[in-house]
Design a protein around this ligand. Structure first.
Ligand SMILES: [Zn+2]
Length: 411
């Protein structure tokens, strides 16, 4: 054994257990393991989770807020416009430096798996993707990384973007992105989705699109994405992020689309931080929240995840980034507050995300990958309430981050 974690509390259990790890795998999980020669970490009754996920992170744009003018309207179109000015000058090394800074913060918060979105289009070319592929190399000791070839300016309305996405995949991107709702017409949105599926089939890659990320209740990209997923037999391989238009769909149409999404075995990623800030800017009162219908999706058995979309960029000026904070945010915005609902929220940044990314060796059990986070809290409820320090973060059986800050009252 190379590492033993003692006195760990696991979800759904009341007793303490020890977790024995050998190299990058979990060997044994049971109470009172015998002494070993390897490193020992005393969890002291803290909750231990498998490594946390952030499956929707625009790391090529992170921290641009430090050097760019603020987004005065607060809307998505202005964010896109400001970023374009900068993307024309993208340099992969500079992109990687910012991405690594934000990912290091994420790792210290227990993230061991990132899906990074790289803008690919005629404005920035392949520079963003190259930067994130460089960041992936630099961070490989700390976390697993997938890079999405993401057409931020559309595909039909940005001629040349599809060819650049194809190139980005040849250079190492692993997921096909998409932004169909951003096209000018519904016909073009469907064409956009068709092109993404053509690329996914050509390279045998999964798909992660931003669907219906608009206040327009008539946006119809999620419906067609679900239909296409079924027709192309891509069940279990497609994630749709945001889907905030769902908040404005009429109830009958929403029920139909939720049913299609469930039948297509899709994942919906709700990135609450950015939508609470960017959506419904031109609503008077009552203001919509721009959030997908989480409870209806969960009730229909849809795999729902949550993620930190942005870290201090023209779209969103905050972002720690911390999956526990994301979980707390979705608990608030989707009103998930009962004990069983808090467990559903914890699933979104752990097992549901593992399912979305099709990671099969995930969990605290013998044979699974030894990616773990020891929280400074004894339960999911307390973790969501206090967002405690991540006492230890383990990646592939090795301790890669540790919290040392001790807060205490004086006087
Ligand atoms: Zn996004």
């Amino acid at each position: 054994m190379s590492l033993v974690i003692r006195n760990a509390r696991l979800r759904g259990r009341t007793d303490f257990v020890d977790i024995a790890i050998d190299n990058d795998r979990i060997l044994t999980v049971r109470a009172n393991l015998p002494a070993s020669n390897g490193q020992t970490i005393d969890a002291a009754g803290s909750l231990v989770l498998s490594g946390l996920f952030n499956l929707h992170f625009h790391a090529d744009k992170c921290l641009l807020g430090e050097i760019m003018r603020p987004n005065i309207s607060g809307t998505l179109p202005e964010a896109i416009e400001i970023t374009n000015d900068f993307k024309r000058k993208y340099d992969p090394t500079e992109v990687a430096t910012r991405a690594v800074r934000a990912m290091e913060a994420g790792v210290m918060n227990g993230t061991t798996f990132f899906r990074l979105f790289a803008d690919v289009g005629t404005i920035g070319g392949l520079q963003g993707a190259r930067g994130l592929l460089l960041a992936r190399d630099k961070m490989q000791m700390y976390c697993q990384v997938q890079v999405v070839a993401f057409p931020q300016e559309g595909i039909v309305r940005d001629p040349g973007a599809a060819e650049l996405m194809d190139e980005a995949i040849k250079e190492g991107c692993d997921i096909i992105g998409g932004l169909p709702w951003y096209e000018y017409t519904d016909d073009d949105a469907r064409r956009h989705i068709d092109i993404c599926f053509d690329l996914a089939k050509k390279h045998d890659l999964d798909i992660h699109m931003l669907a219906d990320d608009t206040d327009d209740p008539n946006s119809r990209s999620l419906e067609y994405l679900a239909l296409k997923t079924m027709r192309e037999s891509f069940q279990g391989r497609v994630v749709a992020s945001h889907c905030g238009a769902m908040a404005g769909y009429n109830d009958v149409y929403a029920a139909k689309v939720v049913d299609m999404v469930a039948t297509a075995n899709m994942t919906i990623s709700v990135n609450a931080h950015i939508n609470l800030v960017c959506s419904a800017r031109i609503d008077r009162e009552p203001k919509r929240r721009g959030i997908a219908r989480v409870k209806e999706l969960l009730a229909r058995g849809v795999n729902v995840i949550t993620a930190q979309d942005d870290v201090n960029d023209p779209y969103y000026p905050f972002g720690k980034p911390d999956p526990i904070e994301c979980a707390s945010m979705i608990a608030h915005v989707a009103q998930l507050t009962l004990p069983n609902e808090l467990e559903q929220v914890a699933d979104m940044i752990t097992v549901n995300s593992a399912k979305a990314a099709r990671v099969s060796d995930y969990g605290i059990a013998p044979g699974m990958r030894a990616d773990l986070v020891i929280l400074g809290a004894p339960s999911v409820h307390e973790a969501l309430r206090t967002q405690p320090p991540r006492r230890h973060v383990i990646k592939d059986g090795r301790e890669v981050a540790r919290a040392s800050l001790k807060q205490e009252l004086l006087v």
